[in-house]
Design a protein around this ligand. Structure first.
Ligand SMILES: [Zn+2]
Length: 280
């Protein structure tokens, strides 16, 4: 796959990664997620550190060739997600899949193990967005329980979103604001982690169940930031990584990657892009 990153380079607007961009609290999300492949879960961070210092965005070209994991040590091998020439992931069901504007989910990809997690939702309707994949559902239930032990009550707002639904959302946003503007806050179909069934947007009563930055400042949001990894989740679009993820800070967007990888990413303060070496 080519590093299409470049194409987005200039245009890399910090888009709302995945979630409610235009106002709505939940419905309109536009994310990216995907599945990539079979990689191990250790990332190396040595080189990362240096790279991070520069908020590069355009500079991507140079390091673009560094498709390989950071020149880490011998044991650490992070295999880049396998994609075809169009950037479509060949192993979309991988739990450690990298899904973003460069690595897309197939248009016909629908996870086979979608299920509604036994957690709190701020609404009653039985809708598809209540679903996530089986492993993510179990982990989410544990995470909610863990928060409860601290007296914190999280609410699941929006999980799975089909390719078609994402397409409609983007089209609606584009119609309203124009394609260029829509691209800044909305993911196009295939580029949303919500299609992977591994993402769930969460909120709290203290944040009025909205998907906003305010959630990040609530006790629930702060607890998530510190503890999500222990349950296999990461805050996919951190506040200090917007230039790397290409998405605005989304304290509400949880992405399941499994405990091992989540811990590695948390401990090394890396995003999936950095982990896979596609960031710079
Ligand atoms: Zn989201």
């Amino acid at each position: 796959m080519n590093k299409t990153i470049i194409s987005f380079g200039a245009a890399v607007l910090l888009a709302l990664g995945g979630c409610s961009a235009s106002g709505q609290s939940e419905g309109e999300e536009q994310n990216n997620s995907g599945d990539a492949s079979q990689q191990e879960e250790q990332a190396e961070q040595e080189n990362e550190a240096e790279k991070e210092s520069e908020p590069v965005f355009e500079g991507e070209e140079e390091q673009a060739e560094t498709t390989e994991p950071k020149a880490g040590e011998q044991e650490q091998t992070t295999t880049l997600p396998s994609v075809n020439e169009d950037g479509v992931l060949q192993n979309p069901e991988a739990l450690n899949a990298l899904v973003n504007r460069e690595y897309h989910l197939p248009s016909d990809y629908v996870p086979e193990d979608l299920t509604v997690p036994d957690v709190r939702f701020p609404y009653e309707e039985d809708v598809p967005k209540k679903q996530v994949r089986e492993p993510a559902a179990k982990a989410l239930e544990s995470l909610f329980s863990g928060a409860e032990e601290e007296g914190l009550y999280l609410f699941a707002v929006s999980g799975y979103r089909s390719y078609d639904r994402q397409e409609s959302i983007f089209a609606a946003n584009a119609e309203e604001d124009g394609v260029e503007a829509a691209n800044q806050y909305s993911a196009q179909a295939g580029e949303s982690e919500h299609q992977s069934g591994l993402a769930m947007d969460v909120s709290s009563q203290s944040a009025d169940f909205t998907l906003t930055n305010a959630f990040g400042e609530t006790p629930e949001g702060m607890w998530l930031k510190e503890n999500a990894h222990e349950y296999g989740f990461v805050i996919r679009y951190p506040e200090d990584k917007t230039d790397i993820t290409g998405y605005q800070y989304e304290p509400w967007h949880l992405r399941y990657v499994g405990k091992e990888l989540a811990a590695a990413l948390h401990d090394t303060n890396q995003t999936l892009e950095e982990y896979y070496g596609t960031a710079e």
